[in-house]
Every structure is written in structure tokens, then in C-alpha cells.
Design a protein around this ligand. Structure first.
Ligand code: NAP
Length: 282
């Protein structure tokens, strides 16, 4: 990725404008992560949640690239998540579920560092708000301690679709979220109010389910004619549009062709009228 293909977050961290997601890849994880880095991805998203992510496989893929001399750890943006007991499979909780929330966060973080063969994370994301503000803040404060002790560079929140929950977290936090990672779909009106809040407070919005949830947008004439004009796929035009309005899409593609295509979105630019036309679809 070229220097322009990164955003600097409010915490001063360089984040790629498109990030490789590692969910659901099981035993293929290491090879796919290696392939993604070889292809040019510099941002990797994972989670300490064995139900959906093989985090140790992510670490193996990264280690293979580092040992081949393809990339330095310092050139990678590495993001993992703390997932509370509710989001874990009861047979594979990667920390002591009986420990208090603060210790669960500390244990989960250590597991992530071991899995990823690293000494720090560029971002630790809370996978989802907890049942109430008190519990959410209990976890958040434990995550803040990891920033203060230099194990984590910045914090994020995910699956937060309620503006008040985000505002309450923002107001109560010592270290405010630099990232929100949400499902990007029509049921939430594409998080318009959440995204307004993010714009006003320097929070980077990362999208997932971006293609899966939006076949109607990809099939729309607007996207189709721009795809023809720029000789790109509709997915590329949509991803490009999102990066131009400040959204960082996650892609978990398993296809070598799609990996190349997802990185090639920075080779063309939509004009303001074209962005406005796509914007009316959201
Ligand atoms: N925070 C959360 O709760 C949460 C939840 C879900 C996901 N995530 C993160 O988001 C990442 C992405 O997940 P996702 O739900 O957005 O789905 P995804 O894993 O990126 O899947 C996208 C689907 O679109 C297909 N596709 C078609 N054209 C493509 C193109 N040009 N580029 C990319 N994909 C193309 C892919 O097929 P091919 O494989 O054949 O390309 C795949 O079936 C996950 O790996 C994970 O890191 C986070």
C-alpha cells in the first residue's frame, strides 16, 4: 500500500484505508493472512474469539511474512478484540470466565499477544457493548490500562448501533474510542447518526458485511455504470466510494483475485458528483 492509502487516527496511528478481516477461515487462516500480506494488505483485523477466529493462525501468517523479510511488524496495523463471555462459545472461552471483567480483559489480551506473536496491538476493540454502562465501563477501563502500559496503541468499540451508548462511553472514557467497527447495512440506516458522531469526534468508522449486506447497491445502475466507466467491479467502486467518505471497509475475501482488486481501489478516484450519486443509495 502507498503512503496515501493510510489514515492517521486521532491517536496518531497509521491505519490502512482497507483492512483484511480474518473471521471464519479456520485452518486456512495462516495461509490466507500470509497471502493477504504478500498481496499488499498492511492492516489485519482479528479477535480473541475462537468461535469465529483462529487468532493463532493469524499470528502464524504474520510470522511467516516477517521471517521471509516481506514486512516489519512496525509496518503492520494489527487489531484484535476483547469478546465478553456472552460472545464466546462456552467450550472455548480463551480466559477464565469466573475472573472479574478486568482480569478477563488482561488475560484475553495476553492470549492475543501470544497468538499474534507480538508485543503490542495497534488497536484493541471491545467486540460489543456489555449489558449495561457499568459493565461496559468496567471493561473499557481495563482496556485503558493496556494503553497506559503501552501494550495497546488505541481502543475501539464494535457492534455499537445505539448513539446514546456510544456517547455515554465517549463521555465516561479517559481514553476515547479511536475506532468503531459496525455492520454496514440498511437496517441501521447505514449508521448515519453514528457516523455523524464519528465525524465530529475524530472516530474512524470501519465497516463489515459491506458487500454481503448490500447486493442491491452493487446491482444498482449507478454502481453498474461507474463500474463500466472505470473498468472496475461494482464491489471496487463501492469500496472506493467508502474510502473517499472516510469509511475503512474490512474485506475477508479468500480469493487471490479479490485481494488484488480490493487493493487496486486506490488506483482510481470518483468525482464529487459520482460520490453524491452513490450517497443517495445509503
Ligand atoms: N466486529 C464484528 O462483530 C465482525 C463481524 C463480522 C465480520 N467482522 C470482520 O469483518 C471481516 C469481513 O467480514 P464481512 O462480513 O465483511 O465479509 P467477508 O468475509 O469480507 O465476505 C465478503 C464476501 O463477499 C465476497 N466477495 C465478492 N467480491 C469481493 C471482492 N471484490 N472483495 C471482497 N469480497 C468479495 C467474498 O467472496 P470471496 O471470498 O470469494 O472473495 C465473501 O463471500 C471479517 O473477516 C472480520 O474481520 C467483524
Amino acid at each position: 500500500m502507498k503512503p496515501d492509502d493510510f489514515i492517521t487516527t486521532k491517536a496518531g496511528i497509521k491505519m490502512p484505508k482497507v483492512i483484511y478481516g480474518t473471521a471464519w477461515k479456520k485452518e486456512r487462516t495462516a495461509k490466507l493472512v500470509e497471502q493477504a500480506i504478500v498481496t499488499g494488505f498492511r492492516g489485519i483485523d482479528t479477535a480473541c474469539q475462537p468461535k469465529h477466529y483462529h487468532e493463532a493462525g493469524v499470528g502464524e501468517g504474520i510470522a511467516a511474512c516477517i521471517s521471509r523479510g516481506l514486512v516489519d511488524r512496525s509496518k503492520l496495523y494489527l487489531q484484535s478484540k476483547f469478546t465478553s463471555v456472552n460472545g464466546q462459545d462456552s467450550n472455548s472461552i480463551p480466559y477464565d470466565p469466573k475472573a472479574n471483567l478486568s482480569d478477563q480483559v488482561a488475560q484475553s489480551f495476553q492470549v492475543s499477544l501470544n497468538n499474534l506473536q507480538t508485543t503490542y496491538l495497534d488497536c484493541l476493540v471491545l467486540h460489543s457493548p456489555l449489558a449495561n454502562q457499568e459493565q461496559t465501563m468496567g471493561v473499557w477501563q481495563a482496556m485503558e490500562k493496556l494503553v497506559i502500559s503501552s501494550g495497546v496503541k488505541q481502543l475501539g468499540i464494535s457492534n455499537c448501533y445505539d448513539l446514546k451508548t456510544l456517547e455515554d462511553l465517549y463521555r465516561a472514557a479517559e481514553i476515547t474510542p479511536a475506532v468503531i467497527q459496525n455492520r454496514f447495512y440498511s437496517d441501521t440506516e447505514y449508521d448515519r447518526t453514528i457516523r455523524d458522531f464519528c465525524r465530529g469526534n475524530g472516530v474512524i468508522y470501519q465497516s463489515f458485511w459491506t458487500l454481503t449486506a448490500n447486493p442491491h447497491i452493487l446491482a444498482d445502475n449507478t454502481l453498474q455504470s461507474l463500474a463500466t466507466k472505470y473498468k472496475r467491479s461494482a464491489a471496487q467502486v463501492f469500496f472506493r466510494y467508502l474510502t473517499q467518505i472516510g469509511i475503512v471497509p474490512l474485506t475477508g475475501t479468500t480469493s487471490a483475485t479479490h485481494m488484488l482488486e480490493d487493493l487496486a481501489i486506490f488506483d482510481f478516484e470518483l468525482n464529487p458528483e459520482e460520490c453524491a450519486a452513490i450517497g443517495t443509495l445509503l
